[in-house]
Design a protein around this ligand. Structure first.
Ligand code: SF4
Ligand code: SF4
Length: 110
């Protein structure tokens, strides 16, 4: 029978495997995402789940959250939050793109 120590060891090994894979993906994403002064972040509203991650990482206060009505009869919440970029304050640093769990943010030409 598998003991507790063995399970802990397997769990730690799996956590390391997942962390390594995610870091590799993030590095590739960073390398493939354009940024800089000539670019500005753009949020695809449909993909945004209002998780607040992008506002936490944005050092330039260039992201606001606003409320939208939820029209699905299957959900009991009345509103959901969405992120919106304040274009003039965005420096094109790309941090929000890397933080978004749903890939809702892209960098576009300014
Ligand atoms: S690209 Fe940088 S400055 Fe612009 S909204 Fe994202 S985190 Fe903020
Ligand atoms: S991180 Fe992505 S999903 Fe979360 S609030 Fe920002 S844009 Fe929306």
């Amino acid at each position: 029978m598998t003991g507790v120590e063995e399970l802990r060891r397997r769990r730690a090994k799996e956590a390391m495997r997942i962390r390594t894979a995610l870091n590799r993906q993030r590095g590739e994403q960073r390398a493939n995402t354009k940024g800089g002064e000539g670019t500005v972040a753009f949020v695809e509203e449909r993909k945004c789940i209002g998780c607040d991650q992008c506002t936490i990482v944005c050092d330039d206060n260039a992201i606001d959250l606003y409320h939208v009505d939820v029209i699905s009869p299957l959900m009991s919440v009345e509103s959901n939050r969405k992120a919106k970029i304040v274009r003039d304050d965005c420096t094109g640093c790309r941090l929000c793109v890397l933080s978004c769990p749903t890939d809702a943010i892209a960098m576009i030409d300014r």
